[in-house]
Ligand binder design. Structure first.
Ligand code: BEZ
Length: 328
């Protein structure tokens, strides 16, 4: 039995316990929200999950996918999941970590040595165990992880050293670990949800952005920049979520089917990024844009400062580091 299937079985047992007693199976049209645009890997995975759930339930269950923030930003969708107004979401762990700070451990700078290592970390029992607290703390059931690529920096002005980012308005995904990182670096981190980023970079509302390779390439952010910094400084996990309220109303069979299929499809995004992340970066580099490749040294003391802050904020940091070490 492979590790993925084994950990899924463990997760299914935990999640059955969360749900309490079984209720009768009922046909259901689930609503699933995400912020990514229709062609994005996460959105495609959500659609594939819906199609397979419909097939495996002989049409009893359908999933309507709402991409591109149609149901609101992630903070709003998380609230809707808590009240049961929304059934499901594929969401950045970043947003969930605003309510469950232990998950902030995933953003330890250079926790993953490359994209494949990031995938292996997300498939460990330690990572999976961090989902156990979500029903109690956040009111959602986390069925499994996906991811986007490692984080890079795109800057309108030339960048040769971290000095060049001092005081610069640098767009970040709105969550604390990345805010602390860029504050430690001396930049001026500017929280901004994904859909607002293109215009903000193009019109100079921000000087730089923190972003992944896929979107730097596909949305052509580099066309509005002088320098792309390939830093690979953080991983960027995603999590498949079901409203705990909705979960309680599902039968054991339905919980097992939803958990199994949703975990399978969010997990498939890990394979997609492992396969493609480096190729996207290469394509960006080959456009002839200024392109520098840096490592942990580039960020100087910001990394040790982040580690000191987050060893207080997340009790999971040591365990996740151990899991990262074991999966090197
Ligand atoms: C971002 O905030 O940069 C982001 C969010 C979701 C998917 C990819 C990137």
């Amino acid at each position: 039995m492979n590790m993925y299937i084994k950990s899924l079985m463990g997760a299914a047992a935990t999640m059955m316990a969360i749900g309490g007693g079984a209720t009768a199976t009922m046909a259901k049209e689930f609503r699933l929200g995400l912020i990514t645009p229709p062609p994005h890997i996460w959105t495609k995975a959500a659609e594939a999950f819906g199609a397979e759930l419909s097939e495996k339930s002989d049409g009893a269950h359908e999933v309507t996918v709402f991409p591109a923030r149609q149901l609101g930003n992630e903070a709003e969708m998380l609230q809707q999941l808590q009240t049961g107004a929304l059934d499901m979401a594929f969401m950045t762990v970043a947003e969930v970590s605003n309510r469950a700070p232990d998950l902030g451990a995933f953003y330890a700078p250079y926790l993953a040595e490359d994209i494949a290592h990031a995938g292996r970390i997300l498939r460990t029992d330690t990572a999976r165990g961090l989902l156990d607290d979500l029903p109690g703390k956040v009111g959602v059931v986390g069925v499994g992880y996906g991811m986007a690529g490692l984080r890079q920096i795109v800057s309108r002005d030339p960048v040769a050293t971290a000095e060049d980012l001092q005081g610069k308005k640098l767009r970040i995904t709105p969550f604390d670990p990345i805010l602390d990182f860029y504050n430690a670096l001396g930049a001026a981190p500017t929280p901004m949800p994904l859909p607002a980023v293109y215009d903000a970079l193009a019109n100079g509302q921000v000087d730089a952005i923190d972003m992944d390779a896929e979107l730097i390439w596909k949305l052509k952010y580099y066309e509005h920049a002088d320098t792309v910094v390939q830093s690979n400084h953080m991983m960027f996990p995603m999590v498949g979520l079901v409203s705990a309220k909705v979960w309680k109303g599902m039968s054991d069979d339905d919980r097992a089917m939803v958990a199994d299929l949703m975990a399978k499809h969010v997990d498939s995004s890990i394979d997609s990024y492992v396969e493609k992340d480096e190729a996207w970066l290469k394509q960006v580099e080959e456009t002839g844009t200024n392109y520098i490749v840096v490592g942990a040294d580039f960020f100087g003391d910001a990394i040790s400062e982040w580690n000191a802050t987050w060893s207080e904020k997340s009790s999971a940091l040591d365990d996740l580091r151990a899991a990262a070490e074991e999966t090197k």
